[in-house]
Ligand binder design. Sequence first.
Ligand code: FAD
Ligand code: MG
Length: 346
Amino acid sequence: MKRLLCLLLALCMVLSLTACGGEQPESVQLFAMDTVMDLTAYGENAAAALTDASREINRLERLLSRTIDTSEISQINAGGAVTVSEETASLLAQAQTYTAATDGAFDITIAPLVSLWGITTDSPYVPTQQEIDALLPLVGAEHLHLSGDTATLDDGCAIDLGGIAKGYTSDCVEAVFRENKIESGKISLGGNVFVLGGKPDGADWRVGIRDPQDENALAAVLTLRDAYAITSGGYERYFTENGNTYHHIIDPSTGYPADSGLLSVTVVAEANGPDFSGPGNGTMCDAFSTALFVMGEERALEFWQTGGYDFDLVLVTADGRVIITDGLSDRFEVVKDSGYTYETVS
Ligand code: FAD
Ligand code: MG
C-alpha cells in the first residue's frame, strides 16, 4: 500500500511538472531606440505578451524618437505649434515636472547641446567655449510651451527624450505584461531594468549593477521583485580626444558632460501595479538617474532625503565607493573582491 501511495505521489509530481509547461520562459531580444533590449516572460501567455511588448516598444520609438522625422518629437523640433497625442503631452508635462524637481539637472531642452557634441554620432566633437555659450541660452524648460495637446518650442530650441523615454517605455511594457496576465517577467532596455513579480520559483530576481570601470564585472547585485532599477552612467556612450573622455550626459548649467564625481547612478522604485496609466515609476527612475548623475553625490543624496519622491539609490563614485540608500539594505549584495568599498546612508 505504501509503495502504491509513493507511486501515485510520484505520478502526480510528474503530471504537475508537465502541467507547468508555462514555467518555461519565453525570451526575445530586439534592437530599438539605438539599444539592445531583452524581454523575458513566464506563463502561458508569455509569447503573446512578448509580441505585444515588442510592438509597443516600436510604437513608442516611432512616437518619441528624435531621429525619426515623422515622430511627434521631430514635428515639435521642426517648429511651430504642434498638436500632439495626449500620451506625448503627458510625458512632456512629466518631464517638465522633473526638470523643476531637480533644479534643471534633468532637462529635455538639452537637445541643441547633445547635437553640438554629437557624442553618439560618427563625428563626435569637442566644441569651443564660444559654441557652447551660444547654445546655453536655448536650454531651459521655459522654452517649451505646453497648452493642452499643443506643444511649441521657442526659435532655435529642440527637445530630446533620450533621458526619459526608455523609462516611460518600461512603464508601458509593465502595463502590457499585466494585460497579458504575466506574473513573472524581466526586461532590460539597455540598462533600464524592470522585474515583474519574483522568479517563477518564488525567489527574488537578481539584478546586477555593472562595474562602470569594467564591462565584464559587477559592482553590486540587487535582489528585487516588482521593481524598476534604472541606471545612468558615462561608460557606454562616450568618445575620447587628447586623452580626455567625453560622455553623453550633459550638465545643463555648463554645457559640458557632467563631471560630478559619480560613475553611475541606479534609481530603484516599486512597480506601478495594475490599473495604472501614464508616466509612472519607470519614467521617474529614468529622469532621476540622469539628473542625479549630473548633481553628484552630495546633491543626489540631499534630493533623495528631501525631494518628496519614493525611490532608493545605488551610487558608484569615481573614488571607489558604492553608496546604497538604506531602503535597499536588505535587497543588496556586495561583490567580493570588486575593489569597491560599500557604504549605506540613511
Ligand atoms: P540616460 O542617462 O537616461 O540619458 C542620457 C541621454 O539623455 C543622452 O544621451 C541625451 O540624449 C539626453 N541627455 C543628456 N543630458 C541630459 C540632461 N541633463 N537632461 C536630460 N536629458 C539629457 N540614439 C541614437 O544614437 N540614434 C537613435 O536613432 C536613437 N533613437 C532613440 C529613440 C528613442 C525613443 C530613445 C528613447 C532613445 C534613442 N536613442 C538613439 C538613444 C538616446 O539618444 C540615448 O543615447 C539613450 O537614450 C541614453 O540612454 P541611457 O539610459 O543610457 O542614459
Ligand atoms: Mg535617464
